[in-house]
Ligand binder design. Structure first.
Ligand code: PLP
Length: 219
């Protein structure tokens, strides 16, 4: 199957409220063009440099998503093509995003990454850190918090994956209702689900799935 065919098959299986981010990391710009020609505009990359190189070459209409761990010294570069940053995993990182967004006079769009897996290797805020961060949101004038992102454990145990996504959905709902009304309106995105687990994620309330290998082939 071609990239366009796999993309359209997945797209047609998604409920209309779910946004598909086609994760193009490690794949050449030509692969992205195939999806672009099929009318797809949301693409995800996990490295700032790779995102910026591809963005410079490809259509300005693309909405980019930065999904990988972001280091503070790369924030300035990360903002150049105005991606939605899915991977805010510390207060200090958010402070740096604020500083760099203010410097160029933009509103940075971000998701807070919450740690839900039973694994040591995944990045993300724990719930105490999330709570602390939410208490200090009023100082971030140049950031729009659009929601949460999370990754489930890498396991074949679907019940465990479902439970982890369900938990994130609950955190998402609680977080949204704890926000002041003017911030609630922007807080609409729950980014969860990858090639191996997106169907479970959608059942558990995902509004944005990040799918790479099922579209572009294995890496
Ligand atoms: C690579 C990656 C994906 C996509 O993974 P696939 O299994 O190829 O669909 C999704 N989210 C993040 C954070 C990733 O790094």
């Amino acid at each position: 199957m071609t990239i366009a065919a796999r993309l359209s098959e997945i797209k047609s299986s998604l409920p209309s409220h779910v946004t598909l981010v086609a994760v193009s990391k490690t794949k050449p710009a030509a692969a992205i063009k195939e999806a672009l020609h099929a009318g797809h505009l949301h693409f995800g990359e996990n490295k700032v440099q790779e995102l910026n190189l591809k963005a410079a070459e490809l259509s300005k209409e693309i909405q980019w998503h930065l999904i990988g761990h972001l280091q503070r010294n790369k924030v300035k570069q990360a903002l150049v093509h105005q991606p939605l940053i899915h991977s805010i995993d510390s207060f200090r990182l958010l402070q740096e995003v604020e500083k760099q967004a203010q410097a160029v006079g933009m509103q940075a769009q971000v998701l807070l990454q919450v740690y839900i897996a039973q694994e040591e290797t995944k990045y993300g805020l724990d719930e105490i850190e999330l709570k602390q961060l939410l208490e200090s949101l009023s100082q971030f004038k140049n950031i729009q918090i659009n929601g949460l992102m999370g990754m489930a454990s890498f396991t074949s145990n679907e019940l465990q994956v479902a439970a982890e996504f369900r938990h994130l959905r609950k955190v998402f709902e609680e977080t949204r209702s704890s926000l002041p009304t003017e911030l609630q309106n922007h807080f609409q995105t729950l980014s969860m689900g990858m090639s191996g687990d997106y169907q479970i994620a959608i059942q558990e309330g995902s509004t944005m799935v990040r799918i790479g290998s099922a579209i572009f082939g294995s890496r």
